[in-house]
Ligand binder design. Structure first.
Ligand SMILES: Cc1ncc(COP(=O)(O)O)c(C=O)c1O
Length: 404
């Protein structure tokens, strides 16, 4: 059988099992309100938490980046792809997240993929060694893939139940007297399906107690969580205490593309030598560098946009509950509305689009069976009128479908 015949069969199976991912094209920039099939709809499904995707200051900066530094640099960083602005952005990120140094990647996926194996697969002067990774069960796919690149002969991979600090401590205690070379606790800062924050205060405490490095992917928290948007460490009172932070520039911080790893100077210098997605992939283009720099500048000068996001989130969480919907509690702009059956989430997402609200349903295998949900993502780009319009649609559709 040829490959296309096999793929056709698989596509049919995906379609029948309702796990086929259908794309709904937008005919406008990303924002609080977007255009779909010629109609304006309230956007409740994007990672554009701060509304910077179409922000005048960010667009102006990106255009200036192109004017001053060109469209692309046509090289990897170490050949001729480093412009002074790459170093400036790395510096701005380090200052913002409270670390010594930062290395940029084309995405956070690439950053996470380029971290673990660059350390664990290298002898670094050790003839016989073993490293160990303790990873939260719900960590992002890019962390899972990054860890898959670690050779099993030299890396033990241990998964702990989601945010279960008792289990994490049990694993650390069990391994206390083993002669591991590197030990790392690995977690998302904010979990994208649940909208909850990792218990970083406890994780930092355990990292210290068991002499274990703490790695946090703060993609859904940079610019979002904490009073000034400095992420989960700020929200959990451990700012400046995380050994390795990764994050994306493709969500709150402008929403275009790009990722980073931040940490101790020596570690970042080492990654510039050994992290393959950095060494062997093109540099970020000037428009993105300038746009991202403008985003960090905006937040450094003024927290009102973060405050506005937090106010919007609080309002939506309160009102959607008042309508009778069941949500996962928390304070993050990811607000999962729990519906149970996949078919309910599918039908409700379609009905809401018709009623002028863009929201996506998640169901098995993305979330456990029976825990299908609509994942709301609140943005600072939304006005109170937009949110009220969405709430009104939720009420009408919810009642019609007998969900509330
Ligand atoms: C926790 C987490 N890490 C990494 C990524 C990947 O980020 P990027 O889009 O920059 O590759 C995502 C994106 O969905 C994410 O949610």
């Amino acid at each position: 059988m040829d490959i296309i015949t096999i793929i056709k069969k698989e596509l049919k199976r995906l379609e029948e099992s309702n796990t086929c991912k259908h794309e709904t094209p937008l005919q406008s920039p990303q924002g609080g309100v977007v255009k779909v099939k010629g109609k304006d709809v309230v956007m409740l499904a994007s990672n554009n938490y701060l509304g910077l995707s179409d922000h005048p200051a960010i667009k102006k900066a990106a255009i200036e980046g192109i004017k001053k530094y060109g469209y692309g640099i046509a090289s990897v960083r170490f050949i001729c792809g480093t412009q002074d602005i790459h170093l400036q952005l790395e510096n701005k990120i380090s200052k913002f997240v409270g670390t010594e140094d930062t290395i940029l990647f084309s995405s956070c996926f690439a950053a996470n993929e380029g971290f673990f194996a660059s350390l664990t697969n290298e002898k670094l002067g050790f003839e016989n060694y073993k490293d160990v990774l303790y990873s939260d069960k719900l960590n992002h796919a890019s962390i899972i893939d990054g860890q898959r690149l670690c050779k099993s002969e030299t890396t033990d991979k241990k998964i702990y139940n989601h945010a279960d600090m008792t289990e994490l401590e049990r694993l650390l205690e069990e391994d206390k007297n083993k002669d591991y070379r590197f030990k790392m606790i690995v977690t998302d800062g904010v979990f994208s399906m649940e909208g909850n924050l990792a218990p970083l205060d406890k994780i930092v405490e355990l990292g210290k107690k068991y002499n274990t490095l703490v790695f946090v992917d703060d993609s859904h928290a940079i610019g979002v969580s904490g009073k000034t948007g400095r992420g989960t460490p700020e929200a959990k009172g451990v700012f400046g205490k995380i050994d390795v932070l990764t994050g994306t520039l493709g969500k709150a911080m402008g929403g275009a593309a790009g990722g980073y790893i931040s940490g101790k100077k020596e570690l970042i210098t080492y990654l510039r030598q050994k992290s393959r997605p950095y060494t062997f992939s093109n540099s970020l283009p000037p428009a993105i560098i300038y746009g991202a720099m403008a985003a960090f500048d905006l937040l450094t000068k003024d927290h009102s946009i973060v405050q506005h996001l937090h106010d919007n989130t609080k309002y939506f969480r309160k009102e959607i509950k008042a309508l009778g919907f069941t949500i996962l509690e928390g304070d993050h702009p990811i607000v999962p509305i729990m519906l149970g059956e996949a078919s309910v989430a599918q039908d409700m997402s379609a009905a809401l689009l018709k009623a002028g609200v863009y929201i996506k349903g998640l169901w098995f295998p993305v979330v456990p069976k029976g825990e299908a949900r609509l994942r709301t993502q609140i943005s600072a780009a939304l006005t109170k009128k937009d949110i009220d319009h969405a709430l009104d649609a939720f009420e009408k559709v919810g009642k019609r479908m007998k969900v509330i």
